[in-house]
Design a protein around this ligand. Sequence first.
Ligand SMILES: NC(=O)c1ccc[n+]([C@@H]2O[C@H](COP(=O)([O-])OP(=O)(O)OC[C@H]3O[C@@H](n4cnc5c(N)ncnc54)[C@H](OP(=O)(O)O)[C@@H]3O)[C@@H](O)[C@H]2O)c1
Length: 240
Amino acid sequence: MRLAILTGGSKGLGLALCEALAGRGYRVLEFSRSAPHTYSVRVDLSSPSGSQHIVAAALATLGGEHIEELLVINNAGTLDPIGPASRKQRDAILGNLNANFTSAILVLTEIVAHFQATKCRKVLANISSGAAQKGYAGWSLYCAAKAGMENYIRALALEQQAEPHPFIPVNIDPGVIDTDMQALIRGSSASDFPEIERFINRKEQGALVSPAIVAAAACRILEQPSLSYGARYEVGDHGA
Ligand SMILES: NC(=O)c1ccc[n+]([C@@H]2O[C@H](COP(=O)([O-])OP(=O)(O)OC[C@H]3O[C@@H](n4cnc5c(N)ncnc54)[C@H](OP(=O)(O)O)[C@@H]3O)[C@@H](O)[C@H]2O)c1
């Protein structure tokens, strides 16, 4: 089987990725809180150790079926809470960093360990953001987590190149997508997010790309035979 495992496939880009991958013949395993699909597993990534256990248990149910190709996508993400760093509450800080960073790494660790010896093409993609490379006032936690995940992928790529049956870790910048995440941004306030007007204008000018178009471009990137270990790909260069 061709197996795709991804987080955050309940809506937005992740949902479009699930549909695109299922349409391409992948068996999909999806992790999110709302877990809407027959192939979903319910998990709240704001709880790191719980997430790791749930993912480990789900992988154990896959059995020994032959895997021809494995695609892993760290897609789940949250901007919440938007606002100045000085006004953020402890639990909200931990929830954001756990979902965007700590649990993402725990989940990827579990998946890499489970399939390290599997002999097939294995690609591990982190859905990143422009916020990994640029600071945005009001998004300090998101920016920190996205930057951390990008560099985690680069380090993992160096390790994987020394493995006999490596994963190819890559970062993908999906551009600006018409999802609930953008709606959350437009629904914030200028005092919490000074650039809000620019994001409202983007929506009004039709500059947001549909999740289906971004997912198709991401699939084209991931299907390239010559993916580079640790590279950063932009969907805008691949038809989105
Ligand atoms: N939208 C954009 O313009 C944009 C731009 C750059 C990068 N990105 C990145 O693209 C990815 C997808 O974003 P999107 O725009 O599709 O966002 P979205 O519509 O808000 O969807 C986010 C997904 O993440 C899951 N998720 C969030 N918190 C979770 C938690 N605590 N536990 C488990 N799952 C959780 C959600 O599932 P549940 O709610 O069911 O848990 C949902 O499936 C994210 O990594 C985001 O940072 C988006």
